[in-house]
Design a protein around this ligand. Structure first.
Ligand code: ZN
Length: 71
C-alpha cells in the first residue's frame, strides 16, 4: 500500500515514464481510473524520479533512481 506522506491518502497513481502505449486499452483505463499517471518522456539517468502521485493532493513520492537503459 502506498500512502501519501503529505496528506495520508491511500489513493495514488503509479507514475509511468517514457512513451505510453495509447493503443493499450488497459493502460487507458488505468489512467482514467487514477491508477496510472504519466511522468513524461524524458528520463534523466541516475536521477531520482517519483514513482507515485497522490490522487488527492498531487504530491509526488516514492522516489527511486530510474535508469533509462539507453545510451
Ligand atoms: Zn496526498
Amino acid at each position: 500500500m502506498h500512502i501519501c506522506p503529505k496528506c495520508g491518502s491511500k489513493s495514488s497513481a503509479e507514475i509511468m515514464y517514457g512513451y505510453p502505449d495509447f493503443k493499450n486499452k488497459k493502460l487507458e483505463k488505468d489512467i482514467q481510473e487514477g491508477k496510472v499517471a504519466l511522468g513524461g518522456c524524458v528520463v534523466f539517468d541516475e536521477e531520482e524520479q517519483a514513482t507515485r502521485r497522490c490522487n488527492d493532493c498531487g504530491n509526488k513520492f516514492d522516489y527511486v533512481v530510474i535508469r533509462s537503459g539507453g545510451v
